[in-house]
Design a protein around this ligand. Structure first.
Ligand SMILES: [Zn+2]
Length: 289
């Protein structure tokens, strides 16, 4: 008798469970993230992967140092949940954040406190020190976890995987710094202060921190002397505005030119930041060992 009752009730129980355990896997919206320029977008992608909807403000081919966001870009920034920026390279960021102060945008200044070089100057290119890039990644992870706590475990797992890759490359750069015969890198734009400081190298740049300036004849002459004194066979250039300058210097000093990418433009030919860092390492080995 009891058994029959149970059998009669069974379909109802099944139906009830169907109701509560049914297709409840709602499509959760992606976390909308705005990143200032290419490397910030790359680190954000490393943490957010498929969980974020990413927009990078500085378009491909535009010099990051000279960028100013349009009013439309600022409005779009206000609609995102998280804004990731490096700091120092985006003097417009504070104004943009003030303009969208009414909106709940979580600002993540990933390079905060990391700008100072051993000589006391401040240099925005912190992501080229892969130890500092790991710190920036962890800060981005903290911001994503705060803005989207439901996926915190996934962000943390992604960030751990990404920082492990950065750490592996960081160790290879350190090894290069220890073992290389030459220690001086001559580059066009002074983007490699953090890279040099982290890996025991010395940067001599034709141009200043911003790649737009024109070099003086005296500066070119001094660098030619450095190239000869250090017995360098290669100097470095970035693609873009400063390329011509590096070529002029190379011709004058009788050396070859290798690319060294500061990874600050998104015109990096579809390569990831990790690929750029690997390629830079190969070219540094070629020039310094
Ligand atoms: Zn730069």
């Amino acid at each position: 008798m009891k058994k029959t009752l149970l059998l009669l009730l069974l379909p109802a129980v099944v139906l009830l469970c169907w109701g509560c355990g049914g297709p409840q896997k709602k499509e959760t919206a992606k976390l909308s993230v705005t990143a200032s320029f290419y490397p910030m977008g790359e680190l954000a992608k490393g943490v957010g992967g498929e969980l974020i909807e990413l927009r990078v403000l500085v378009p491909a081919g535009v010099e990051a140092h000279d960028f100013e966001p349009s009013p439309r870009a600022v409005t779009a920034l206000g609609q995102s949940k998280v804004f990731v920026y490096n700091g120092l390279l985006e003097p417009w960021a504070q104004g943009a954040l003030r303009a969208v102060a009414e909106q709940p945008v979580l600002a993540c200044r990933a390079g905060e406190g990391l700008y100072r070089l051993p000589d006391g100057t401040e240099d925005p290119h912190v992501w080229l020190d892969l130890g500092k890039a790991q710190l920036e990644t962890e800060r981005i992870c903290a911001a994503f976890c705060e803005a989207d706590p439901a996926h915190a475990d996934l962000y943390r797992r992604n960030a751990a995987l990404y920082t492990a890759k950065l750490a592996e490359l960081d160790a290879a750069y350190k090894e290069l710094g220890r073992s290389s015969r030459r220690k001086t890198i001559v580059s066009s734009h002074a983007a490699f202060g953090h890279l040099a400081a982290a890996y025991g190298l010395k940067q001599e740049a034709v141009l200043g921190l911003s790649p737009e300036a024109e070099p003086t004849a005296a500066a070119l002459g001094a660098l030619t002397k450095t190239v000869r004194r250090e017995g360098l066979a290669y100097i470095f250039m970035e693609s873009g505005a400063s390329e011509r300058v590096a070529r002029t210097l190379a011709k004058e000093a009788g050396v070859k030119v290798l690319p060294l990418d500061a990874a600050e433009g998104s015109g990096s030919g579809g390569r990831s930041f990790l690929q750029i860092a690997e390629e830079n390492l190969r070219n540094l080995k070629k020039a310094l060992q």
